[in-house]
Design a protein around this ligand. Structure first.
Ligand code: SAM
Length: 281
């Protein structure tokens, strides 16, 4: 029995259900249930909330979320091998855990969950950033989620909280800081995982702001920022040429020097640029 519930320790679960970690699915499991409960606490008070968990694997974080009092958990896992292990957790928490065997990029969580909704996940790097960008750029705001508590490679976590003028500053920082308040809440060494990945990890907590910090159309802002940082060493008037021939006028209208590089441009200035570009189209 484990320290947080009456279910078997995770090593035993992995052996019993034959869930040897697969590299192709980005599987680096958290086996310490005290640590997964700690990460669940970082998602805030779960007692009145539904939780979307992406990539539960053998269920370490899922058990943490349930033990910390989540009202309901929807867990979406791609790996069929994990289903029997997750079914045991469902049985231990009747009516509280729903598991979907599928790709999180293709499931609409709102079909299953009722607000307030918090998101918690320890995901492979590429899926994690793809989902983060999607969760930050819906056409309407506020979004379906109140907060996101997500594990990333440390370097990606630093990109999310980065400030202008730093190497880590770019699209992720701008999108995250535009509509949310991101903070790194925990650093984890490779040894916290089984098998240990090559790099360190960090948990980022993002709280959705009631309204974006500055007005801008999400699709236009996303396009402007992606183009600006795609060629980050170039002056903006060259890097943004792909957006149209009059981009230099838009830069001036937004109060940005056309010779500036994306790294030096603040969130407020990028939003002004996105508004100017949108008004002309
Ligand atoms: N949450 C578990 C933990 O902390 O031990 C597992 C973490 S492991 C880093 C990532 C999990 O995400 C794996 O179980 C993997 O199968 C799953 N996964 C990968 N891609 C996915 C996708 N597109 N949709 C849902 N789950 C996915």
């Amino acid at each position: 029995m484990s320290t947080i519930d009456n279910l078997p320790p995770l090593r035993e679960v992995i052996d019993t259900h034959g869930i040897a970690a697969k590299k192709s699915l980005g599987q680096n499991f958290l086996l310490d249930l005290n640590l997964t409960a700690k990460i669940a606490r970082m998602a805030g008070d779960l007692s009145g909330a539904d939780v979307l968990e992406v990539g539960p694997g053998p269920g370490g974080l899922t058990r943490g979320l349930l033990a910390e009092g989540a009202r309901r958990v929807l867990a979406i896992e791609k790996d069929e091998r994990c289903m029997s292990a997750l079914a045991e957790i469902s049985a231990a928490y009747p009516g509280q855990l729903e598991v979907i065997n599928g790709d999180a990029l293709e499931v609409n969580p709102l079909t299953y969950l009722t607000p307030p909704i918090k998101v918690a996940a320890n995901l492979p790097y590429n899926v994690g950033t793809e989902l983060l960008v999607r969760w930050l750029t819906p056409p309407e705001w506020p979004p379906f989620w109140e907060s996101l508590t997500l594990m990333f490679q440390r370097e990606v976590a630093q990109r999310i909280v980065a400030q202008p003028g730093t190497k880590a500053y770019g699209r992720l920082a701008l999108l995250a800081q535009w509509r949310a308040e991101p903070r790194i809440v925990l650093d984890l060494p490779p040894e916290a995982f089984s098998p240990p990945p090559k790099v360190s990890s960090a948990v980022v907590h993002l709280t959705a702001l009631p309204a974006p910090r500055f007005e801008a159309d999400p699709a236009v802002l996303n396009r402007v920022v992606a183009a600006g940082f795609n060629q980050r060493r170039k002056m903006l008037r060259s890097a943004l040429k792909v957006l149209g021939p009059d981009i230099e006028d838009h830069l001036v209208a937004a109060g940005i020097k056309p010779t500036e590089r994306a790294e030096q441009v603040s969130l407020e200035e990028f939003c002004a640029l996105a508004r100017s570009v949108a008004s002309a189209s």
